[in-house]
Design a protein around this ligand. Structure first.
Ligand code: CS2
Length: 504
């Protein structure tokens, strides 16, 4: 396990009690509490993947929703790992959310009323999914949790998908569970649930719908047709920077509240959620808690993925190679900050369309400011996880658009070349590469030499990463090779400076 991603067994060394419904009244007054009676709430949503992002974002919105509508409590399902259930079950599902700012806010979130591990309790998950009270199924399972191949279709060679086709009643994958639940609802004469992806995938709703329909069609043509006709998969854009839980957070929570929390979460104060407006009964009153409903989420989603997440991944790989640790530290390096800002203005913004002139510039400035937030210690290493999944979504689409429009790609090649050097450096130092392709990347990282002529073909041979979008593009290959060799020869900051000053 990577440091910072796990719960901490609460120590009672200071004689503090553990957070729970029973102990909540003893907490310090600084701790904000749910504004509703938890025992009067009912489960209305099943959520897959209740990691830190879900708990800091959607569960926060639903906590406010429960003040107005008691049918909106969450059943949180981890597909495989028991760590969250084990941390929060003794706390009755309660945990502390810290909003980081000059004056941080601490609040207890009560929205999660049930916690399950699907691999241990398949009958309970089937029961919840096919319960008439369940009207929403949401998820944050990260890019890799969708089991897609490079072009974005369901990967039928994925071991979990192969398993689920032969064991549909106890699936391993998210897709298997979504289809299982819909199948049970159809058998019981119930309407489908609304299926909402809250991950940073491009076109997340339609991509998920495509995967669900492809899986369902292999199971039963009638089921696939029913899903196609009746179910809806709105697009969403989710945004809030959520540094992984660390020791400092555990200590701050214990010190401020007087209670031990095995797994608190933290995020910046800024939080945004845009949900595509679809006609579907039983939806919450989204607008009442600050969720934006829009008929056109694509523009928001693309701007966020390319500007915020694209810049984040760039800071991560370039910054780590330059020996930096956090986003704020990377932003404090004038060469790196200037490079990222210029890439946003000259390379990314021309690929985006937004209704109001000036909106992109304002959005860019606010993103850069959020990255500089001195109240946050956001590790570049956290953003660097799962690069093989993130880079195609965050940067390679921009590259493809730039190539099509005949614009330069020298700057955009830098984060990709930096990722390749990052893989090389981690493999040589024997540090774990957190990525679904970690075994392949570690082997590749040991084999590469630092010279583009030798190494690029090896990276292009990785399934679904570079080749899927850019395999046939010699212009990008040349820019990538130049950036990669320059990093070897002169270091990453010199390479970024050289590419940064090239004419747009
Ligand atoms: C980050 C995102 O870890 C990462 O890859 O880029 O989690 C980012 O902080 C969020 O998408 C912000 O909404």
């Amino acid at each position: 396990m990577t440091e910072g991603r796990t719960a901490r067994p609460p120590g009672h060394a200071q004689g503090r009690a553990r957070l729970s419904e029973r102990t909540l009244e003893r907490a310090s007054e600084q701790l904000l509490r749910p504004g509703y009676r938890r025992e009067q709430t009912r489960i209305g949503t099943v959520h897959f993947g209740p990691g830190a992002f879900h708990r800091a974002h959607q569960a926060f919105y639903f906590d406010r929703l429960l003040e107005k509508d008691t049918t909106r409590a969450i059943c949180a399902v981890s597909l495989k790992t028991a760590s969250l259930r084990d941390a929060l079950a003794p706390q009755d599902g309660l945990y502390t959310l810290v909003e980081l700012d000059e004056a941080p806010t601490l609040r207890v979130i009560g929205a999660i009323r049930e916690l399950w591990v699907a691999a241990e309790s398949p009958a309970a998950i089937s029961g919840r999914l096919s319960n008439p009270g369940t009207s929403l199924v949401t998820m944050t399972v990260t890019e890799k949790g969708y089991c897609l191949e490079g072009a974005g279709a369901l990967d039928f060679t994925h071991p979990d998908i192969a398993h689920d086709l032969s064991h549909p009643e106890a699936p391993h994958s998210l897709i298997g569970w979504l289809v299982r639940g819909l199948e049970l609802r159809r058998e019981r004469g119930l309407a489908p649930y609304l299926v909402i992806s809250c991950d940073n995938l491009s076109d997340n709703g339609p991509t998920l719908r495509g995967a669900v329909l492809a899986f369902a069609a292999r199971r039963n043509a009638g089921l696939a047709a029913w899903i196609e006709e009746k179910a809806r998969f709105p697009r969403t854009m989710v945004d809030s920077i959520t540094p992984a839980t660390d020791d400092a957070l555990h200590e701050r929570v214990a010190r401020t509240t007087g209670l031990e929390d095995a797994w608190p979460v933290q995020r910046e104060r800024f939080v945004q959620w845009v949900v595509e407006e679809v006609d579907f009964p039983g939806q919450p009153d989204w607008a009442s808690v600050g969720v934006t409903l829009s008929r056109d989420v694509t523009a928001y989603e693309r701007a966020k993925l390319r500007l915020l997440n694209g810049a984040h991944s760039t800071l991560a790989y370039v910054g780590l190679l330059a020996g930096l640790q956090t986003v704020a530290e990377a932003m404090a390096q004038p060469a790196l900050r200037a490079f990222v800002e210029r890439m946003m203005i000259e390379d990314i913004e021309p690929t985006l369309t937004v209704p109001q002139p000036g909106a992109l510039a304002a959005y860019r400035r606010s993103i850069l400011q959020r990255f500089e937030n001195p109240a946050m210690r956001h590790l570049l290493a956290q953003i660097a996880w799962d690069g093989s999944q993130k880079l195609p979504i965050r940067i390679l689409g921009t590259v493809a658009d730039a190539l099509r429009a005949g614009r330069p790609v020298a700057r955009l090649a830098v984060p990709i070349a930096a990722w390749m050097h990052f893989i090389r450096a981690r493999a040589r130092e024997g540090i774990e590469i957190v990525d679904p392709l970690s075994a392949q990347l570690a082997a590749l990282g040991r084999e590469v030499s630092g010279a583009a002529a030798h190494d690029l073909p090896l990276f292009f041979a990785l399934p679904g990463v570079l080749a899927a979008t850019l395999g046939q593009e010699p212009r990008f290959g040349r820019a990538l090779g130049a950036a990669y060799d320059l990093i070897s020869a002169r270091g990453v900051l010199a390479a970024a400076t050289a590419a940064g000053s090239m004419q747009a």
